[in-house]
Ligand binder design. Sequence first.
Ligand code: UD1
Ligand code: UDP
Length: 363
Amino acid sequence: MRVLSVVGARPQFVKAAVVSRKIRDVGEEVLVHTGQHYDEEMSDVFFEELDIPEPEYNLGVKSDTHGRQTARMIAELEPVVEEEDPDVVLLYGDTNSTLAGAIVGSKRDVAVAHVEAGLRSGNREMPEEVNRILTDHASDLCFAPSEAAVDNLAAEGIVDGVHWTGDVMYDAVLAARDRARENSTILEDLGLEPDEFVLTTVHRASNTDERENLEAILDGLADAPLPVVFPAHPRTVNRLQEYDLWERATDDLEIIEPLGYLDFVRLLDTAERVATDSGGVQKEAFFLGTRCVTMREETEWTETVDCGWNQLVGPNADLIREGLTTDWEPQSNPQPYGDGSASRRIVGLLQEELETTPDRRIE
Ligand code: UD1
Ligand code: UDP
């Protein structure tokens, strides 16, 4: 089997880390980095720390408007797919890199497989929601992390090629947690004690690109009863400076550069609480047993809310404050995202499907 995997943004490196090696154990992989994320701490650090194979191609697309960025990825990726002639194009998550891969795979009549298929927030204004829907509809194989994701696909008429696999991010956290406990010195480096700080991340367009929302988030976080550590995405740093909120943010919060995965997992594992608008961080907090306050109005990871580990508070200062100061207890500890062997299942399914389909296109 010959798999062409497309990655481009931070969460995709984390997910590919647990799948790429397994693919290479049983077949060939051509790894393509679109270059959507390119700063050392947004990209290289993950490849080094997580021992991800060096990409065979880096398309060097970098930042732009969504349309131009996606268009450039498509234009750069198409000749690579043509040249490499893979059996399947493998995609992760919901970024513009994911969508570009789905379009090129389907236009070149190569099978398309989507990891993290079937997630829906129900909010079409979110760029990622459109990416997810379009990618799922262009995919021949949909690897769904939860039962709800399978149901979401069925509700849109996608039934063939759908497999429940569990979530690869659970595999990633399990692989990183003990390594982080043993090797990360981030608590000492930042002078933090376990359970004596709040960890926060903010990068969602709806929060960063509207001054009012970003300001409300700063207001809510500033009232946390513990120090707040904030590894800030470059997008958020840019906006804080542009909106003249930088000084205020650095007065109230400990803003640091984005962290490598092991240091980040170590903080997430030891934080008293986390406040985030990230998709991945909500789930990782759940896996690590850290209560999460999600600064969005809706989530794709509804199971984390249903069992009481995650509260949806939106970019609302009062609700953020309440989520961080009130002592709430989760109701249960379900395992809606599998048992940590999603990557093994996915690679097994790819092998099975490709071996039984001589003309490649999976029916
Ligand atoms: C993207 C994904 C989002 C994902 C996030 C993970 C889309 C539509 N969005 O959002 O789903 O949650 O990645 O972090 O694909 N920048 C840098 N250096 C970098 C990367 C970005 O400075 O290495 C800055 C640039 O100013 C850029 C901005 O961040 O314009 C946004 O980057 P972009 O990749 O377009 O979107 P993200 O917000 O990172
Ligand atoms: N992450 C990291 N360092 C950081 C912030 C996040 O390693 O400073 C990891 C985090 O553990 C998760 C992934 O990046 O695995 C999530 O990426 P992000 O929040 O950027 O994107 P999303 O999941 O919202 O698409």
